[in-house]
Design a protein around this ligand. Sequence first.
Ligand SMILES: Cc1cc2nc3c(=O)[nH]c(=O)nc-3n(C[C@H](O)[C@H](O)[C@H](O)COP(=O)(O)OP(=O)(O)OC[C@H]3O[C@@H](n4cnc5c(N)ncnc54)[C@H](O)[C@@H]3O)c2cc1C
Length: 379
Amino acid sequence: MFFQLDDEQQAIQETVARFAREQVAPHAAEWDEQERFPSELVKPMAELGLMGMTIPEEYGGVGFSKLTAALAYETLAQADLSPMIWLAVHNMAAGIIARFGDTSQRQRYLPGMATGALLGAFSLSEAGAGSDPVGLRATARREDDEYVLNGTKMWVTSGNVADVIIVMARTSDKPGGAGISSFIVEKGMPGFSVGKVERKMGLHASPTAELIFDECRIPATQRIGEEGQGLRIALSALDGGRINVGAGATGVAQAALTIARDYARERKQFGQHIADFQAIQFMLADMAMQIDAARLLVYRAAWLLDERGTATKEAAEAKCFATDSAMRITTDAVQILGGAGYVRDWPLERFMRDIKVTQIFEGTNQIQRIVIARALLKD
Ligand SMILES: Cc1cc2nc3c(=O)[nH]c(=O)nc-3n(C[C@H](O)[C@H](O)[C@H](O)COP(=O)(O)OP(=O)(O)OC[C@H]3O[C@@H](n4cnc5c(N)ncnc54)[C@H](O)[C@@H]3O)c2cc1C
């Protein structure tokens, strides 16, 4: 067991921390208030290599390990969870093209995605298909050398601002996932439009949109992988995605603890600092314990995924524990600040609103528990 990060990982952590401190944290409250996608972050993120974390070097990316990516996401989320989330979704879309795309698809999309000229999104969910994606109803009908897409997709992170979207649709009625295929859809393709942009509790700088396909004709060459492989392709990114969400939640929890601790050292009531009350100390101690445990679970899952290519139970444990902990920690941090925690002068109420969704997406935490239990019971 060796807990030391290597020189490159430490350097990346420091670089992302500086970027987050200087270019993200000062504006996060404003983006939240305006419910605005901060497109100005894309270029500097690309310059740091962050838009190409899952893209091989030959296509202009940096090809980070899962552990290095987790460190970058954790560090960025300390400033703002929103850009961390759309960045992770972008890298998930790029990673799918890098892994399952053919050479011409890689050449067409990956260099632009690495420079940030093309933003990626991932569209699996629908109104009737969330935890159970097999229930998806969007269709892709083959006609000669084209597919014709019809249906409405929901909850697409960056759906209204993305240039390249991985879309899962049904190519046959075969049971289970066997009838689902994956496609690369570009913004502006005829018959494709953006529907409602959701108004959310939090994560305001990460837009979430409905996508509408009405006789949308795309060349058959836009299909990724074979017909019927779509669900497998979509779910292949899940272990990594769950680790990334766990990493982001850990970053937010760390930022909340730091603010609550500093405030408790300054704030006086009954003639003493509130940090001297044991009730406050115990809350801080519980927060620190949960963050350490979450971080270790996230790093272990990332390391295992790098080493063996699969870490399904460990990724579910990391995601579930880190996000449930971060929900408690941000709530307790608001409590430590009292009334100040509840108002927008401090970032804690935003942290608390933002973090809730990490218990819901990338598989709800009920689904994570099902995954863990299934692994436990199968032997
Ligand atoms: C802000 C945001 C961004 C998102 N981004 C994307 C994206 O980019 N791409 C994308 O494809 N999707 C995205 N999603 C969708 C997200 O993955 C789904 O919301 C999530 O999978 C849950 O599905 P659902 O909302 O339909 O809830 P449901 O599946 O309807 O679940 C409702 C409740 O039932 C519980 N439940 C369901 N099944 C079981 C079961 N078997 N046992 C026990 N409990 C169960 C759930 O845990 C939950 O508590 C996003 C969602 C949000 C809110």
